[in-house]
Design a protein around this ligand. Structure first.
Ligand SMILES: Cc1ncc(COP(=O)(O)O)c(C=O)c1O
Length: 392
């Protein structure tokens, strides 16, 4: 099938998760039913909740299962916002990092357009870490009116890890939400130590099934639900829970936790090797994102005088799957808002791609990418210069 370097988009399912999923799918029973079938499923779900909570350093009652990381982020952002304005209509400001995933940015924009929210974007420093001084300034001037602060734990396009504990300290009593979809299972993530009010994790980024995720919401914190119905999941997320996927999520989290340190080292070495091979073939390539600790598997590269969509097509033709990490709207490739937030020009952002490595990546694959990248970039440059000629 080729070389899969798009693990940040989704990961292959781990053997333990697949096994758990299949086993649980042969069970019948709604976890909310009181009969023996229902109780049997409930028991499995509660064990899964407990093991995910232990790995995330949270209490089991703080885990609220949802159908995606996108849903969990919507629930947190809208839930905090609506609860805040219900208590005090003047607390309507949402403070958000400029390079958040669309699963945060879009609900924020929606609240601004439809629900009277005011939004302040936290600027990002060129290395890919939020500007803490700017955030301190925002909090100093607006603290009375802020409903929630949202900063992702790590960025999905460039792999930089954010200073969440410092943000929580600056925030004082203002709720801080963190999207930890790319961090959980890959780097140290301790809900209790971070001190955030809520966080999001998603199964399919760590070898679990698609379509199951969780909002981790501090015990005792009340937010307004998005879905109303049977009152499942602390009355915060109604809907029959997806027991097979939840059990498989826990199995994937368990494998990721057991192997986390060795996976980090192994993946980081492969990333460094890929970086070195890219530079050997393309000395003018530059890499985006530098934080003290990085996600091990993400490498974002700018190849000057290329277009990322032709790079991706040519790579795909060569049997290599990579991505830009940015949304493609109606077939028009837009420059990544993440790269723009770091200060890259439109042209630089539009000539950047993301390789994301994971459990299935091997050194032989990296060597193959290294041997093909030079000719791919050369072809992309040729196409770019023809395009530039056509425009001039
Ligand atoms: C940082 C981040 N947040 C949220 C999501 C959305 O998660 P899901 O695919 O479970 O909806 C993603 C997935 O790409 C992500 O990378």
């Amino acid at each position: 099938m080729g070389i899969y370097l798009d693990h940040a988009a989704t990961t292959p399912m781990s053997p333990a998760a697949r096994e758990a999923l299949v086993a649980q799918m042969s069970q019948v029973g709604n976890a909310s039913s009181l009969h023996a079938f229902g109780r049997g499923v409930r028991k499995e779900v509660e064990q899964a909740r407990e093991s995910i909570a232990t790995i995330a350093c949270a209490h089991p009652t703080e885990i609220i299962f949802t159908a995606s990381g996108t849903e969990a982020n919507n629930l947190a952002i809208k839930g905090f916002y609506w609860k805040s304005i219900e208590r005090d209509p003047s607390k309507n400001i949402i403070v958000v990092a400029a390079f958040e995933h669309h699963a945060i940015l879009e609900p924020v924009v929606w609240l601004e357009e439809h629900e009277g929210a005011a939004v302040i974007y936290i600027p990002i420093k060129p290395e890919g870490v939020i500007d803490l001084d700017a955030l301190a300034q925002i909090i100093e001037t607006e603290s009375e009116h802020i409903a929630v602060i949202a900063v992702m734990h790590s960025n999905n396009e460039i792999g930089t890890i954010q200073p969440i504990a410092e943000i929580v300290e600056l925030a004082g009593g203002i709720p801080v939400h963190t999207d930890a979809v790319q961090s959980f299972g890959k780097v140290d993530f301790d809900f209790a130590v971070l001190g955030v009010r809520s966080a999001v994790i998603s199964a399919h980024k760590i070898g679990g099934p698609l379509g199951v995720a969780a909002l981790i919401l501090e015990h005792g914190i009340d937010i307004t639900p998005l879905l109303h119905g049977g009152g499942q999941e602390r009355d915060i997320r109604s809907g029959t829970i997806n027991a097979p996927s939840i059990v498989a999520f826990a199995a994937a989290a368990q494998s990721a936790a057991v192997d986390r340190v060795s996976n980090f080292e192994r993946t980081w070495k492969l990333r460094e090797s890929l970086k070195e091979r890219i530079l050997r073939a393309e000395p003018d390539a530059t890499f985006n994102g530098r934080s003290e600790i990085m996600l091990p598997g993400i490498l974002n590269v700018t190849f000057p005088n290329t277009e990322s969509d032709s790079l991706l097509l040519l790579l795909d033709n060569a049997g290599i799957a990579a991505s830009t990490g940015s949304a493609c709207s109606a077939g028009v490739q837009r420059a990544s808002h993440v790269l723009i937030s770091l200060g890259l020009t439109e042209a630089q952002a539009r000539s950047s791609i993301r390789f994301s490595l994971g459990s299935s990546t091997t050194q032989a694959e990296i060597d193959e990418v290294g041997s093909k990248i030079g000719s791919v970039v050369e072809s992309a440059r040729a196409a770019f210069s023809v395009g530039a000629g056509a425009k001039s």
